[in-house]
Design a protein around this ligand. Structure first.
Ligand SMILES: [Zn+2]
Ligand SMILES: [Zn+2]
Length: 278
């Protein structure tokens, strides 16, 4: 499979000259079978706009999985041009909360918050609930597990095409599951199952250990937790994801340099690139 990073930023977009190398769009990752167009998309942050450029003028026909419903994971939906071309099909699955999926999404995506509601995205768009479990979606096997975050039910994903496997824990607050060996959060069962032995783990790296405990209330992870989890789960590579909106390119360079002695390859997610799958 091919894995494209449409948006790698957390919380809110980060435009401007200090953010051009790693990118400013919020969370969106698109998966394609080797010779095909993107069919499975994880999260619909503003980076979803970049996925249209991969479609060669064709309509999107596939599924978008929303890990949770914070702004940085849904604001791209109405701006996904390939999802409005003739012949499109966009199935959006989101964490089951209460009521039906489109009304859950509409709490943040409808007047007066936004001019239209999900159902007004038109024909070809469908909304459904997603729960924990194993699913076959768009030709991929997907494991869905609930993970701790803050402010709403949050899901992590493990996706495989039978050849390569990628885990996606974009927003993760492992301290809610216990202190863990370094006081940065537990390597809890759901995280280990999602990340176990994957080719690449994409993980929340919003903060550094040195910023805790002051930032704990925001519900994210430290870079050092992500590297520890990747090692504990025997992931083959770690990609730091969900960069804080004020984390400049130069600061990310420094963070990466500090990881050069890590027990596995560590890189930082770069918007507009394909993941290497070791
Ligand atoms: Zn987020
Ligand atoms: Zn979030």
């Amino acid at each position: 499979m091919r894995v494209y990073l449409g948006g790698v930023r957390g919380s809110t977009p980060a435009p401007g000259p200090d953010f051009v190398r790693y990118g400013g769009h919020t969370s969106c990752v698109a998966l394609a079978h080797d010779d095909g167009p993107p069919q499975l998309i994880l999260d619909a942050g503003t980076g979803l706009r970049r996925i249209t450029s991969l479609m060669d003028g064709e309509p999107f026909r596939g599924t978008i999985l929303l890990g949770h419903l914070h702004w940085d994971h849904v604001h791209g939906l109405p701006f996904f041009d390939a999802g409005f071309r003739t012949g499109h099909r966009v199935d959006v699955l989101l964490p089951a909360v209460d009521g039906d999926a489109s009304s859950t999404l509409a709490r943040g995506l409808s007047p007066p918050h936004f001019p239209i509601s999900p159902t007004e995205l038109g024909h070809g768009w469908a909304f459904g609930d997603l729960d924990e479990g194993r699913f076959h979606i768009e030709g991929f096997d997907v494991l869905v597990r609930e993970i701790p975050h803050k402010g709403g039910r949050t899901l992590g994903f493990r996706v495989t095409d039978g050849q390569h496997t990628v885990a996606y824990l974009s927003d993760h607050f492992p301290l809610a599951a216990g202190a863990g060996p370094d006081g940065l959060g537990a390597y809890h069962e759901a995280a280990l199952e999602l990340a176990g032995g994957v080719n690449v783990l994409l993980h929340d790296a919003q903060f550094l250990a040195s910023q805790f405990p002051e930032v704990a209330y925001l519900g994210h992870s430290a870079v050092e937790y992500a590297t520890g989890l990747a090692s504990a789960a025997q992931a083959r590579a770690l990609v730091l994801f969900h960069h804080a909106p004020d984390r400049t390119d130069d600061e990310l360079d420094v963070i990466l340099k500090a990881q050069c002695d890590a027990r596995l390859p560590v890189t930082a997610a770069v918007e507009g690139t394909y993941l290497a799958l070791p």
